[in-house]
Design a protein around this ligand. Structure first.
Ligand code: SAM
Ligand code: SF4
Ligand code: F3S
Length: 461
């Protein structure tokens, strides 16, 4: 992001929640940049502090609230400073936030970001949380930090109303961005050096812009000759199609990684969650995907302690984990969200028991992830050089097609290059390797075909 100039007002961001929220912060930065703002990483140089919040669990809200409270002191240190609350908690708690934290100047929900430059001119407090189910931020260019890999939101909102989830209430109705808009954004990204895009939506499998469904969209995006890799998330098991797996299996630039949240292994709990599929259907999907896509990595989200989850239901989740052997998983304990359907159910699994169950599945998953990673030692993987490793300036941190992080010596390799790496060790969850002398083999389309098994992805939600 750009450095602050002394004349133009400077915006500082802190973002909580999912990748869509992080991409929204880039979108807001783009909107503000169009109106003369710069973006700074240094809070002391900022004129406005924007906190983009998440409401998915109580803990996410508490972290953001703590941060906003602390900013009250920052605001007092210079005249004209403003605190802006964006995102899902801004939408959900629009009526109480000003009272709870008097230092807040502006509240804007996920459909109101276009109006921010105008709202910021308001000398008093302002709040815009009007849902707009047509808003796809057409024509806005997100302002991204230079990198080789970037997020592209292809749809907004969610219509699924899983009984535990706040997202449909904070993000509104599902809408897909037209392909032409997405294409324009990706062309702009590749001109800036991006070589990988991750397509984002709460349920990408229900994407439809009137012309293409999601597999069709993937094929169209894959035709961009300047892209080397396409990733996407999140897939919902109830809408996952055989055609998606065919397109993934036959198109070399679509990474062999499927993030397919299961939530629970118990049919009784899946029904109470309103997920729209059974354990059996989920397992069939995994079999089909693994048959159709060579060396597929599968990751998931899981929740324990949902209302009514018995020992036996929890046992079903554990057995599903052992059956599927996920490369990685994001694991949570249930947190009731006011206004959702499950908030009306008795939250009857005691907190200590939720934590015991959570720790149990975390241990199992760590063991499986380590086994999968150790099994990669000695193999050769196609790895994209993404950023300088935090441990050493002479090493790259890169990812396999399956999203396993790999550290390797930089040698002559440039950012965004995909190279053949021999995996030599696995310490903790980090794989290390070295590049083979010869570059990675090219697919018939002239681009690298990914042939690897993955593991750990970064989805801090
Ligand atoms: N759209 C994605 C899907 O359907 O799988 C997930 C989006 S949600 C923002 C990310 C994850 O947070 C969910 O998969 C779920 O595991 C978890 N989550 C959502 N609501 C939760 C709640 N009330 N308590 C605990 N975890 C929750
Ligand atoms: Fe929430 Fe379900 Fe929508 Fe995912 S699909 S965002 S879990 S309501
Ligand atoms: Fe959180 Fe909203 Fe994303 S609730 S997970 S920031 S859609």
């Amino acid at each position: 992001m750009k450095k602050m100039s002394s004349k133009r007002p400077a915006a500082w961001f802190e973002t909580y929640g999912c990748q869509m929220n992080k991409n929204d912060s880039e979108l807001v930065a783009g909107i503000l940049a169009e109106h003369g703002y710069t973006v700074t990483r240094d809070l002391d140089h900022a004129d406005i502090a924007l906190i983009n919040t998440c409401s998915v669990r109580a803990h996410a809200e508490q972290r953001a609230l703590g941060r906003i409270h602390n900013l009250a002191h920052w605001k007092q240190c210079a005249p004209g400073r403003k605190i802006v609350v964006l995102g899902c908690m801004a939408q959900k708690d629009r009526e109480s936030l000003f009272d709870e934290i008097p230092a807040v100047d502006l509240i804007a929900g996920p459909d109101a970001y276009r109006h921010l430059p105008g709202l910021l001119k308001d000398p008093g407090r302002a709040c815009d949380t009007q849902p707009d189910s047509t808003e796809t931020y057409s024509g806005i260019h997100p302002l991204r930090a230079p990198h080789v890999s970037g997020w592209v939101t292809i749809m907004r909102g969610c219509d699924n109303f899983c009984s535990y989830c706040i997202v449909p209430y904070t993000r509104g109705r599902e809408r897909s961005r037209p392909f032409r808009e997405i294409e324009k954004e990706i062309v702009q990204m590749t001109s800036l050096g991006f070589r990988e895009v991750t397509l984002l939506g709460q349920n990408v499998n229900s994407y439809h812009d009137g012309e293409s469904d999601f597999p069709g969209l993937l094929e169209k995006i894959a035709a961009n000759p300047d892209l080397k890799r396409i990733r996407f998330m999140t897939s919902h098991p109830k809408d996952c199609s055989e055609r998606l797996f065919e397109v993934m299996g036959s198109n070399g630039i679509i990474c062999p990684h499927l993030h397919l949240p299961v939530q629970s292994g118990s049919n009784r709990i899946l029904e109470r969650m309103n997920r729209g599929y059974t354990r059996e259907h989920y397992l069939q999907l995994i079999d089909l995907a693994r048959t159709s896509i060579p060396e597929l990595a599968v990751t998931t989200d899981m929740m324990v302690g949902f209302p009514g989850e018995s020992e036996s239901d929890f046992g079903d989740t554990v057995s599903l984990m052992r059956t599927v052997r996920f490369d990685d998983a994001f694991m949570y304990h249930y947190s009731p969200r006011p206004g959702t359907a499950s908030a009306k159910m008795a939250d009857d699994v005691p907190q200590e028991e939720k934590l015991v169950r959570l720790n149990h599945i975390i241990q199992i998953q760590h063991m499986i992830s380590r086994e999968i990673k150790s099994g990669m030692i000695g193999s050769i993987r196609q790895v994209m050089a993404e950023e300088t490793s935090k441990q050493s300036g002479s090493e790259w941190l890169g990812k396999t097609g399956g999203n396993h992080a790999v550290v390797f010596p930089k040698q002559h390799i440039g950012p965004g290059e995909i190279v053949s790496i021999r995996i030599e060790s696995c310490r903790g969850f980090t794989l290390r390797g070295t590049a083979l002398a010869a570059p990675g083999h090219e697919s018939s389309s002239g681009r690298i075909r990914h042939q690897d098994i993955p593991v750990r992805q970064s989805t801090p939600i």
